[in-house]
Design a protein around this ligand. Structure first.
Ligand code: SF4
Length: 193
């Protein structure tokens, strides 16, 4: 495995949920999707934002399906949307999540913000998580600490790649019950849980 390859943001964000599922998603392992009505609504939002487009409303420009790149970190990804606040691009991610977004979703938006910051040579102060089920947005403020935290995650992910699966530890947690990769983790008697 080449450790200087560009790494995808979706897997780097997943690292903060569980390194094992992050590796499996990066590797393209077989997954078992469970489609709840809330999850389907979120997927519908993603379909809307799948095509690159631009709309202008009250002097604010919004672009969808924006390709992202950070040359120094060697990471790449896509923002569901980018809202422009004057010269400042603000990433927007559509998700099903609680009022208090989990760490890996915060990490995802923060990584998107880092990319936009480098791409447009501006400081991006925050991003939004649009909670699809409630149609409400949560502000994620990018601090020096959160930027350093996600950059450390990129370094750790890259450093683990030469050892393959063994370098990505399992984090057993309540979220395992809904994990799309749990068939790779849990013994058969737990599959019904
Ligand atoms: S089932 Fe749990 S330990 Fe296994 S990949 Fe998923 S979250 Fe990680």
């Amino acid at each position: 495995m080449e450790t200087d390859d560009y790494l995808p943001i979706y897997a780097l964000a997943e690292w903060h949920f569980c390194p094992r599922s992050a590796f499996l998603s990066w590797f393209g392992a077989e997954r078992e999707d469970r489609v709840s009505p809330a999850y389907q609504r979120m997927r519908d939002f993603h379909v809307v934002s799948n095509e690159p487009a631009r709309r202008d409303k009250e002097h604010h420009k919004t672009e969808t399906a924006v390709r992202l790149l950070h040359r120094e970190l060697r990471i790449t990804g896509r923002a569901d949307a980018v809202e422009w606040d004057g010269e400042i691009p603000v990433p927007v991610e559509y998700k099903n999540c609680p009022d208090e977004p989990p760490r890996h979703i915060v990490a995802q938006v923060t990584l998107q913000g880092l990319c936009l910051s480098e791409m447009f040579a501006v400081t991006v102060p925050c991003g939004y998580i649009f909670r699809a089920a409630e149609r409400r947005r949560v502000v994620v403020v990018f601090t020096a600490e959160t930027r350093a935290w996600v950059q450390a995650g990129v370094t750790a992910f890259r450093a683990a790649l030469p050892t393959g699966l063994a370098g990505f530890k399992q984090v057993r947690q309540p979220g395992c019950a809904g994990c799309i990769y749990r068939l790779h983790c849990w013994p058969e008697e737990w599959h019904h849980v």
